[in-house]
Design a binder for this molecule. Structure first.
Ligand code: GDP
Length: 440
């Protein structure tokens, strides 16, 4: 995420980070570089200029040149301003009303349908709500099918009316259906066009007027940079929406949309989409995003994701198994699956401070676990519970079955043994024994 921008900002601020002497001249030079980095990331020129002016003012106000660590202070000022530019404090969605009605707007392909599903899934699991998805795209039958597929995947009901060509009537019928069936959140997915046109704007304005949603969200593809900002402005003029959803932040986005959108429409970014899967949704925290942009990682989000996937009951069971020496490959597989649920590897790595920079250009294979999973799947249940029975003929069979080599099977068995030993030691005598074993 934002690799290029992070890189350039890092280079720009490097001079001030404790290297060489700091003068008014190199502060000005640094800010010029910061501005260039922002413009290269597709941030609007005026926004970038105002940004560096504010940083400069603050820096002068805080006598940056005479403090002990001027470099650090500059980074902090840039971080604070970046946070402010992206929206200050995080804000949630308005769930008042019964049902609470959420209207989705945006261009075709921006990720509305996918995000409608993600949001329904998020509200269902995090807020224990009972959402209903309503399909109002009457132009593309495939769009209705797509919403049904999404609904099935996350086990959320979908309301559609294929014979009906009136999106306002469908939206109203959807809300009536929700009331009759105990759904307390209604997410209305609407039709988009490839570009802003009056027909689409009239239609969404009519739906908005008829259903009076508690929350109107505008979905935008972050890859589209300044175009995203212009589209946001057009939709906001008509709908006066409540918040922005930035999708496809997992891609090769330059960052312009994330940085500029708030100051153009004065509406907060509420969520981000970071992948095609239903779990790839994150609440948008401006300050955490600023950390990531400045290459400081985002440990808070990383820990949160781990906690979300952490199942206390499972953990207790696992502990018992380790204590009884019963940890097998099935448990190992479960662990891998939990890690995978946390998100794609590159994204996770980017949350570790410094790692993003170090791993730049390294191709992180998201299927890193594929071989391991294939090998485990080729084992018999008995082999999984008791790996010591795996002799050389079994190894050959497992290798063949999983499309890997005996060498790869051996490697996995070795890793598994080491891991089991380590787990046992952590259970028993604690860290000291483990340290001894590791230093051998
Ligand atoms: P709609 O026309 O606005 O409803 O857009 P869709 O929900 O159909 O999304 C368009 C395409 O973008 C689909 O192929 C989605 O899988 C993909 N997509 C949506 N959100 C994301 C995201 O956050 N990351 C990535 N990589 N792809 C996404």
């Amino acid at each position: 995420m934002f690799d290029n921008l992070s890189d350039k900002l890092d280079k720009a601020l490097h001079v001030l980070k404790g290297h060489g002497s700091i003068t008014e001249v190199n502060v000005a030079e640094t800010l010029k570089e910061v501005r260039r980095a922002l413009i290269d990331a597709d941030v609007n020129f005026k926004i970038a200029k105002d940004f560096t002016n504010r940083v400069k003012e603050k820096a002068l106000g805080q006598n940056v040149l005479t403090t002990l660590q001027p470099g650090q202070l500059m980074v902090k000022i840039v971080k604070d301003e970046l946070t402010e530019l992206m929206g200050g404090d995080a804000s949630g969605v308005n769930l008042s009303g019964n049902p609470s009605v959420i209207l989705m707007s945006g261009l075709q392909g921006s990720g509305k349908t996918t995000f409608s599903g993600k949001l329904a899934n998020f509200l269902k699991t995090k807020k224990t709500k009972k959402p209903l998805l309503v399909a109002c795209d009457v132009y593309r039958p495939a769009a209705i099918d797509q919403l049904h597929v999404v609904g099935d995947a996350i086990k959320v009901d979908v309301f559609s009316d294929r014979g009906n060509q009136d999106p306002v009537a469908i939206a109203e019928a959807g809300i009536a259906f929700a009331k009759a069936n105990g759904h307390n959140v209604v997410i209305v997915d609407t039709a988009g066009r490839l570009a802003v046109d009056t027909e689409m704007m009239d239609e969404i304005a009519n739906i908005h007027k008829a259903i009076q949603p508690q929350e109107t969200l505008f979905v935008v593809d972050s890859m589209t940079g300044q175009d995203a900002v212009n589209t946001a402005k057009a939709f906001n003029d008509i709908l006066n929406f409540d918040g922005v959803i930035l999708t496809k932040l997992d891609g090769d986005t330059r960052g312009g949309a994330a940085i500029s959108i708030k100051s153009v429409v004065d509406k907060p970014i509420k969520f981000i989409g970071t992948g095609e899967k239903m779990e790839a949704i994150d609440v948008f925290y401006p300050s955490r995003m600023a950390d990531r942009i400045l290459g400081m990682g985002d440990v808070v989000s990383l820990v949160e994701r781990a906690q979300e996937q952490f199942d206390e009951e499972e953990a207790r069971k696992l502990q018992k198994k380790i204590a009884k020496n019963q940890f097998g490959f099935d448990d190992f597989l479960k662990q891998i699956q939990q890690v995978k649920k946390m998100g794609n590897m590159k994204d996770l790595m980017g949350m570790i401070p410094g790692a993003g920079k170090m791993l730049k250009g390294v191709d992180i294979d998201d299927d890193a676990f594929k071989h391991i999973e294939a090998i485990i799947h080729s084992m018999t249940p008995a082999e999984r519970t008791n790996p010591s029975v795996i002799n050389s003929s079994r190894k050959k069979r497992i290798g063949k079955g999983s499309g890997t080599s005996v060498q790869q099977v051996n490697q996995l068995l070795k890793q598994f043994n080491q891991m089991s030993k380590m787990m046992k030691m952590m259970q028993g005598g604690g860290g000291r024994k483990m340290m001894q074993a590791m230093s051998r």
